[in-house]
Write a protein that binds this ligand. Structure first.
Ligand code: MF3
Ligand code: CO
Length: 310
């Protein structure tokens, strides 16, 4: 959706519709807390409305989770973390990426949850395993055997009691790789951390993006433009689209209760990418140089952020 259109919809749709219905101060809050509007989200809504009137992109109520919903996403995130820990304990040279898929299915099931990727928009497996110059959406295969020195992103997403979480980590197979790959894996992690540090209420998603992109550039790396992060929690992929290259002060206002991913894809060379037309999923770097990605699910809190999955 175009930025301007979205802005108008925010004003007329979300704030507008809610304002039209005119929740009175003493009415129950729209969030379902059972509290009166005036002691729950009223002040926050007024503050958001102020930013909207200044022309900023603001979240609608569907993007603001309740404490109960965040608690659900937190539980889902704990499983996502446990699944990635399980992969970390077993991943090794000589393993095929289909084996990682089996590990994810096994651990997720043992936790009473379901892997979100399987069947999502037709995706054929339960996890993404992206090796070396694969940027994302690598499909686990019996034919991809991990070699010493490969760098692989394992991207795990869990649905538990209706709540979604999403995180990914890089693994250096055998623990040693080339200086270029090792540096890229480190810089990509630092980019994610620099972004997380900028997640604060009443700041902008662009502030987070500028921190990510700035750190990548300082280190001679590039950040993928065409694929970004997303809201997450009640669905696998929710609004907003999350850019990691936008300028500071732009993009959506961050508000307590928003939950989204910080997952910049960082390339050693250019940001240019292409999609495998054989499987329609796997994204590669155009220049065949390596790409790395770390991902967390974060919630915006009153003070800053809470990491719900890493
Ligand atoms: N965690 C990945 C993402 O948010 C999953 C992509 S969808 C899948 O981009 F179907 F490939 F899993
Ligand atoms: Co994601």
């Amino acid at each position: 959706m175009g930025k301007e259109l979205f802005q108008i919809e925010c004003l007329t749709g979300q704030m507008g519709a809610k304002m039209h219905k005119k929740i009175e101060r003493n009415d129950p809050c729209w969030c379902g807390s059972g509290k009166k509007y005036k002691t729950c989200h009223m002040r926050m809504d007024e503050r958001i409305r102020g930013y909207a009137l200044e022309g900023h992109i603001v979240p609608d109520h569907s993007m603001i989770k309740t404490a109960e919903q965040i608690a659900g996403i937190r539980e889902s995130g704990k499983i996502n973390i446990a699944v990635l820990d399980y992969v970390a304990a077993h991943i090794c040279p000589g393993m095929c990426t289909a084996e990682i898929d089996r590990l994810v299915v096994e651990k997720t099931k043992a936790c009473g949850a379901v892997a979100a990727p399987l069947g999502f928009e037709g995706y054929p497996k339960s996890v993404c395993t992206s090796v070396n110059d694969q940027v994302c959406h690598g499909i686990p295969s019996e034919d991809v055997i991990l070699q010493e020195g490969d760098i692989v992103n394992v991207d795990v997403s869990t649905v538990y009691q209706g709540y979604f979480s999403d995180s990914s980590r890089m693994f250096i197979i055998g623990g040693k790789t080339t200086p270029e790959r090792e540096r890229l894996v480190r810089v990509a992690k630092e980019c994610m951390e620099a972004g997380i540090a900028q997640v604060k209420p009443w700041r902008f998603m662009g502030d987070m993006a500028a921190a990510v992109n700035g750190h990548a550039k300082e280190n001679g790396c590039s950040v993928v433009v065409d694929i970004g992060g997303h809201g997450v929690g009640l669905e696998f992929h929710e609004e907003p689209f999350v850019s990691y290259v936008a300028p500071a002060g732009t993009e959506m206002l961050m508000v307590p209760g928003m939950v989204f991913t910080v997952e910049p894809m960082v390339n050693a060379g250019s940001e240019e990418i292409y999609v495998d037309d054989g499987n329609g999923w796997t994204v590669y770097t155009e220049d065949q140089k390596p790409s790395a990605q770390w991902e967390v699910t974060v919630a915006v809190t009153q003070e800053g952020y809470e990491i719900l999955a890493y």
